[in-house]
Design a protein around this ligand. Structure first.
Ligand code: NAD
Ligand code: DAU
Length: 332
């Protein structure tokens, strides 16, 4: 039995990991989450009180972080400002949470000698040409494009420095785009699904040729647990499930699966600095730690995700109108 502190556990991927841990281990889990617009306690409903507790607080507040880290065997750090579009309009919270928050956690794990796993993104590597035969590997140089990805890149570099200079017992993972239930309606797939469900047309940035490498959130969680248990200290592991799709194809598939004409969407203003393509080579994680993704059928996973949003309107509807109003004000 481990005592695991999960930061950002009320968000999309963090809450998936908490459920995964409770179902697949006998760990005791504490979630530290600030409950920003992106955090939702309903995503953590039904967890056993004997093995789970929730603490509301800011990862950049050392007085909150320090005692929680001291009382843990492992910290798994998901908390972040996570949305690229928001980072283009108001970068400051990204610096505060992604950089200062990570620094605060690193100082606490250093002080108390606690194992730390850092959740990061493939976006730290910048983007690829559509026809580039190479995919991102652990050796790809950092080249982030947005305030979001640059603060995530900076947080990764802080972790590497704390490992080398202070001997912090840390691993890092960089994952590709996640999909599945409980994702905020600001993100691409839930936005388009809930647009269809509310009678709006899906909105595609630019021509929609940008490619993302989709992985189901459950596969991300199984990969993180594998790294926490078997990862080599100081190492970085890329997580991906060979799920490259261009945005136009994803919108058309959502329309097909919801029984709409596949051209019933709008092209809207493109994202500034929009990364063209992400693609992950996860050979290291597969060969060295024996991890395999389970959700390889994207169409089936997307259909199940659509069913979840259809059945759980109470979870997402309260955020829908305000999120769309923000996009409309930006021409998106
Ligand atoms: P999310 O926006 O859904 O959730 C973020 C959570 O962090 C929320 O619950 C929020 O309340 C909390 N939070 C934000 N600032 C905080 C602070 N200062 N203190 C405490 N809690 C705070 O994000 P997500 O999509 O679940 O992403 C989680 C992590 O995974 C992030 O680190 C992100 O960079 C990384 N990641 C995401 C993806 C993806 O496709 N979504 C892919 C790879 C990596
Ligand atoms: O690659 C991992 C990253 O994936 C994570 O680090 C981020 O936290 C996560 O938000 C995600 O970033 P993206 O910017 O790729 O995801 P987003 O869902 O915002 O957009 C996916 C693609 O869809 C991107 O090319 C932009 C496009 N898009 C997005 C929205 C919201 C549209 O075409 N229309 C939209 O309405």
């Amino acid at each position: 039995m481990r005592r695991v502190l999960v930061t950002g556990g009320a968000g999309f991927i963090g809450s998936n990991f908490v459920h995964y841990l409770i179902e697949n281990t006998d760990d005791h889990v504490t979630v530290l989450d600030k409950l920003t617009y992106a955090g939702n306690l309903a995503s953590l409903a039904g967890l056993p009180e004997s093995r789970f507790r929730f603490v509301k607080g800011d990862i950049a507040d050392a007085s909150v972080v320090d005692p929680l880290v001291e009382a843990s065997d492992v910290v798994v750090h998901y908390a972040a400002e996570s949305h690229n579009d928001n980072s283009l309009h108001d970068p400051r919270p990204f610096v505060d949470t992604n950089l200062v928050g990570t620094f605060t956690l690193l100082e606490a794990v250093r002080k108390h000698g606690v194992r730390y796993h850092h959740i990061s993104t493939d976006e730290v590597y910048g983007d690829l040409e559509l026809d580039d035969p190479q995919r991102f590997t652990e050796q790809t140089p950092y080249n982030p494009s947005s305030p979001y990805s640059s603060t995530k890149a900076g947080s990764d570099l802080l972790v590497r420095a704390w490992v080398r200079s202070f001997g912090v017992q840390a691993t890092i993972s960089n994952c590709s785009n996640n999909y599945g239930p409980y994702q905020h309606v600001e993100k691409f797939i839930p936005r388009q699904i809930t647009n269809v469900l509310t009678g709006e047309r899906p909105k595609l940035y630019g021509a929609g040729l940008n490619v993302r490498d989709w992985i189901h959130a459950n596969d991300h969680s199984s990969a993180v647990l594998t790294i926490v248990e078997k990862g080599v200290i100081g190492e970085t592991y890329l997580i991906g499930a060979d799920g490259e799709k261009d945005n136009k194809s994803v919108v058309e598939l959502i329309l097909k699966l919801t029984g709409q004409p596949t051209d019933a969407y709008d092209h809207v203003v493109d994202r500034a600095g929009h990364d063209l393509r992400y693609a992950i080579d996860s050979t290291k994680l597969r060969t060295e730690l024996g991890w395999r993704p389970e959700f390889q059928d994207f169409e089936a996973g997307l259909a199940a995700t659509i069913d979840w949003y259809r059945a759980n309107e109470a979870w997402w509807m309260p955020q829908k109108a305000a999120t769309e109003a923000k996009y409309v004000a930006q021409g998106q």
